[in-house]
Design a protein around this ligand. Structure first.
Ligand code: AMP
Length: 113
């Protein structure tokens, strides 16, 4: 499948990994929007949250708990962080493999643009 994040999972495209296990991978965004900007993805190809279903319940919960752990390991759990899952065109999704942006290291604005 022609998916850039699947190629990062397989190692065909290099990435700057911050966490990996058998279910998920976390790596630094190429174009960081904050001092800490990590992408956290399931290794399984799910195009977006729209395509997720009940068979993914455990995986989705697992990812969120791991993201909180990763935030702790990056030193941004106490100061605060933002989690974003851009979904679909109007949501700003450009890569069609489910991913969570973990952003931290600065004050975040609201509402987002
Ligand atoms: P989104 O616009 O929510 O789909 O986010 C896709 C993100 O993937 C963007 O923030 C890009 O900077 C990032 N990105 C694209 N290709 C790579 C790559 N090879 N390694 C790391 N981050 C990437």
């Amino acid at each position: 499948m022609d998916c850039i994040f699947c190629k990062i999972v397989s190692g065909d495209i290099p990435s700057n990994k911050v966490y990996e296990d058998d279910k998920i991978l976390a790596f630094r965004d190429l174009n960081p929007e904050a001092p800490e900007h990590i992408l956290v993805i399931p290794k399984e190809h799910i195009a977006s949250l729209k395509e997720a279903n009940e068979s993914h319940l455990e995986l989705l919960g697992y990812i969120q708990l791991k993201i909180a752990e990763i935030a702790g390991s990056l030193g941004i759990a106490e100061s605060g962080f933002r989690l974003v899952a851009n979904t679909g065109d109007e949501g700003g999704q450009t890569v069609h493999h489910l991913h969570y942006h973990l952003l931290g290291g600065r004050f975040m604005k609201w509402p987002p643009g």
